[in-house]
Design a protein around this ligand. Sequence first.
Ligand code: OGA
Ligand code: MN
Length: 197
Amino acid sequence: MENPFETIIASYIKDKVGISEDFLSDALCEKLKQHLLGLNAEDRMRAAAIGNDGKRVFNDLVRTDTIYWLDKAHNNDFENEFFDTMDAFVAYLNESCFTNIKSYEFHYSLYEKGSFYRPHYDQFEDSSKRQFSMISYLNANWQTQDGGELLIHQKSNNQSISPTQGKTVFFKSDELEHEVLLTNARRMSVTGWLKRD
Ligand code: OGA
Ligand code: MN
């Protein structure tokens, strides 16, 4: 099997959108999904905002997912196993591409049936810390009719990406406008940003 770090970086360089089909193992996806569903059952997922600290607004015309921020301070085995993978990836990226990523932030996202996220960029107006966006999907047996594609707006051709389990997508946060199309099934992911402080 190819090295998923190599695969995602090579496709990023070629297409501006890096994709690896098996960035996270099925075993880890399954654990993360169970954790997310547990948090949801305990009512610990929260409506996602747009904008950052100073001007957070909730606008369900723009996005209707709920989120939960991962944190090393939680000392949670599932979160830590995910962070181990990201630490390895960031080290690899910094070494091979001189990206100088200093930190990251990740949250679980849950899109219930009927949810979406309208076209947007991932950088806030007042901060350029977010360098790269990364989304890992946790949806086993995703069907075409389930929709929920990540649609990346590109000059030449929009790119439609189905949120299938294990797949991870990687792109420059300030460069590509993108959206999550209406989902017809529950859609789960870990979404985050690699940052330069
Ligand atoms: C986001 C986002 C895309 C996806 O959370 O900013 O664009 O495929 N997510 O979930
Ligand atoms: Mn986004």
